[in-house]
Design a protein around this ligand. Structure first.
Ligand code: C2O
Ligand code: CU
Length: 483
């Protein structure tokens, strides 16, 4: 059910596309053999989606200082169609923030929204008082400012979003990408950042209410009808046949799952939530649940003049019939020239030593469902946030083994703030490739075991389902980490 006709949208969006300085200028393309002159990314290949990283306002080499303002703005979603959104700096998605591993990141934040908000740095291991969880401190009232300041300890693809009334605030447009680079890591292809989201608005250009369909809307998890890639409908990348493209993909949708496919192609995951995997993993499809990231290498293979489609295939995360049976198009990849030659990916990307689970303390965490006065209530271990939140405890220095189960008949993405974890088993079997994660889909009636080690950042940390409508109706708990 796409309401748009690609060609016109594309033509116009190409004309208005923001800035020509793309990531490809900064992160160079695949290495070339001497003599192969035309290898590597084409100039402006990602112009329709490229985001220029926010300007660094601090000249010190290891400090990145940026300014973010949350404000109501009209954003053109399709040519001639503006929608009033809540934005960071007036754009959808919010601006890309880019830093080097080990940098100090300082964000001057001002809230010009009509309600309180915070910024949560999804996936980053920051001190508790910088996490923006909005539980005990750090809520930024309308008109107020707050300076976030922390070191970015690990390379990877992260994102930021509010954590106050988050299902509504993210729905209204508050989300952006944050990439932490590490110059010592291998170059894996011409690179761009793709923020996936969805939106629905009414004929008059007013965004559909984040409360639409009341408690059933919460229970199902709201999905917008229009799929966006960096705020655009079906944009196009221009590719050279046979050259590697590295797509850093972020699922910033409130509830939607994206089962990514490109016909006739393998998607090679080289990174996930917490940076590079131990080795590349090629698959016909990649499932990306809300909050999750995938760093995907795609080598387009087709005739010059042909176009590949990055699609979201149907995935039934819920008890849905027709509602989740559709296939949607996200992005076009136009093969405009040949003949590139992507070098083979390295067989190992980095070492990810397994956590020592020897003395790990085990905890059971289950996504559960109940009813209060006829309305569905979701929770963790039968307890619903905020009235009666599930709480668990850990000590600094401990390693814990969490049995994360799903006692409901539909999927939930599990997310832990502030600490990356390793998946030990999913439904009994160990994952084939080691990686660091912070968001993990727990399919209906299934179970995963994860290992997490707590370093010296005491405080209160949220755990929740990243279908934000589910978190809103109770599926959220708190980890108390003490010394
Ligand atoms: Cu993106 Cu509480 O998280
Ligand atoms: Cu959920």
């Amino acid at each position: 059910m796409t309401h748009f006709h690609g060609a016109q949208v594309l033509l116009l969006s190409a004309l208005v596309a923001c800035g020509s300085a793309s990531d490809s200028a900064k992160v160079s393309s695949a290495p070339t053999d001497a003599g192969v002159e035309d290898a590597g990314a084409l100039d402006g290949w990602d112009r329709e989606v490229a985001q220029v990283p926010l300007a660094d306002e601090d000249p010190a080499p290891d400090v990145v200082q940026v300014t973010l303002e949350a404000r109501v703005s009209n954003v053109e979603i399709e040519p001639g169609q503006s929608v009033e959104l809540w934005t960071y700096n007036g754009s959808l998605p919010g601006p890309l923030i880019r830093a080097q591993v080990g940098d100090k990141l300082r964000v001057h934040f001002t809230n010009l929204l009509p309600e309180p908000t915070t910024i949560h740095w999804h996936g980053l291991e920051v001190p508790a008082d910088m996490d923006g969880a909005g539980v005990d401190q750090g809520i930024v009232a309308p008109g107020d400012s707050f300076d976030y300041e922390f070191v970015v300890p690990h390379a990877g693809t992260y994102w930021y979003h509010p954590h106050v009334n988050s299902s509504a605030q993210v729905w209204r447009g508050l989300y952006g990408a944050l990439v932490v680079d590490d110059a010592t890591q291998p170059e894996l292809g011409a690179e761009t950042v793709l923020v996936l989201s969805d939106i629905s608005f009414e004929a008059d250009g007013v965004i559909t209410s984040p409360e639409s369909n009341g408690s059933l809307g919460d229970f199902f998890g709201r999905e917008g009808h229009i799929l966006l890639v960096n705020g655009r409908v079906l944009p196009t990348l221009r590719a050279r046949n046979g050259d590697a493209l590295r797509l850093r993909v972020i699922n910033a949708a409130v509830s939607r799952y994206f089962l990514l496919q490109v016909d006739g192609h393998l998607l090679t995951r080289v990174g996930g939530d917490g940076g590079l995997l131990a080795r590349p993993e090629a698959r016909p499809e990649v499932l990306l649940v809300p909050g999750e990231r995938a760093d995907i290498v795609l080598v387009p293979n087709g005739k010059v003049g042909s176009t590949l489609l990055l699609r979201a295939a149907p995935y039934s995360r819920f008890l849905c019939g027709a509602a989740c049976g559709q296939e949607e198009s996200l992005l076009e990849i136009a093969i405009v020239t040949g003949q590139g030659r992507a070098p083979a990916l390295p067989s190992t990307l980095r070492a990810i030593p397994a956590l020592d689970m020897g003395d790990a303390i085990a905890q059971d965490i289950d996504f559960t469902q109940g009813k209060v006065k006829g309305d569905p209530v979701l929770g963790i271990n039968g307890q619903a946030y905020p009235e009666n939140p599930f709480e668990l405890h850990a000590l600094v220095g401990q390693t814990q083994l969490w049995n994360v189960g799903n006692a409901t008949d539909y999927d939930h993405p599990f997310h832990l703030h502030g600490f990356r974890f390793q998946v030990l088993t999913r439904d009994g079997s160990a994952p084939e490739v080691a990686e660091w994660k912070d968001t993990l889909n727990i399919p209906a009636r299934s179970r995963a075991q994860i290992g997490v080690q707590f370093d010296d950042r005491p405080g209160m940390w949220m755990i929740h389902c990243h279908i934000l409508d589910h978190a809103k109706i109770g599926m959220m708990g708190m980890l108390h980490l003490t010394r």
